[in-house]
Ligand binder design. Sequence first.
Ligand SMILES: O=C(O)CCC(=O)C(=O)O
Ligand SMILES: [Fe+2]
Length: 406
Amino acid sequence: MANTLQLNHWNKNNQGMLMSMYNAPISNNAWQRKIWSKIAHKQTRISSKSPVMALNNRNIDYKKGVKYLVDNSKDMKMVPWEFVLPIPEGERPSMAIDGSIPVIDLSGLNGPDEQRLSTIHAISSACAQWGFFRVTNHGIKVSLMDEMVQVVEEFFNLPIEEKMIYGSDDVMDPVRYGTSLTTTRKHNLHWRDFLRHYGGLIPHTYHLWPTNPPAYRDVAKDYLKEVWQLAVIVFGAISEGLGLDPDYIESSLGDEGTQLIISNYYPACPEPNKTLGLAPHSDHGGLTIVMDNGITGLQIKHNQTWYSVPSIPGTFVVNLGDFVEVLSNEKYKSVEHRAIVSAEAARISIAVGHGPEMDAIVQPASPLIKEKSESKYRPIVYKDYIRAQQSTIKRGKSALDEIMNN
Ligand SMILES: O=C(O)CCC(=O)C(=O)O
Ligand SMILES: [Fe+2]
């Protein structure tokens, strides 16, 4: 996985860390601040030792975002070199669509016993074989989904000064507008701008969320609440599929768990085969619930092949994260995924991750382990797992390998 991209020397050593920076949540309490300050310190150290040029040696002013760059370039015909991510032939973004990507009709969970069990069985086999599935009849109003895409789009369409209010290199900031993977480190840039912040049933950071567009806070609050409830339903089905109590995973999230929304904006790209919106990664939480604005761009790796996941309005896709892979003792797999970009249109995706509280211990569920020796992973505190992801020099799913028993 680590070598799938022919990265330049600097990237070989640092890209994995950048990727995991992307996946990591933003700190909002003391111990998180401690971790993040260590990471920030480490970044500064590597940065100052790194032979590559400082960020301000770049030819372009990229910190304002790719959208700003494209909007302010007259008829851009080529991807600027800073964004070129050379990908070997076999790893090239392909638009091949696999009709067999699992689709789960969640209304089955409310049906008679037989239907409920077959829905749980379908979720279980999707988790085992793909680590990924699409859900329909999920109970969230399409009008709310549309409103959410609308406010996110309006946010990205704001004048740059308004977006930059939230612009930050500080990974500790609870609300951040940014671009690529991070703006603090030299790396091959990715064709993506983002807005990210915490959600949660009690959204402690609500007062910091964007005030513009004016509807943003209210729509996002409603949306995140509904998506949290959906996550709990899916966690319940996953628990049952593993033969655990239905609330096993929900309880293992701790008092509040962690919900993080990442809205991605991938502008239309003049040379989509030369760059990526997001490089391959798995999410470190339990599950991520994703929707988009109708433009296809998400790809998942299944049996060593990249598959495009068609955008289907009104549905969500669900990515299993590392937390569930560990909890299931590898019965279920977190999915490696990436985002490609389109020549025709800008793509917006809204990914909401759900994981345990930071002090939770990530480990296989005890009812699944008869003897200690059966455990495929060493227990790790969630925040330490995140830290491990940050210090890895590899990408893809390499952080999981580190806690795997041989
Ligand atoms: O754009 C997408 O569909 C994927 C986004 C994603 O993987 C993420 O934000 O973690
Ligand atoms: Fe992701």
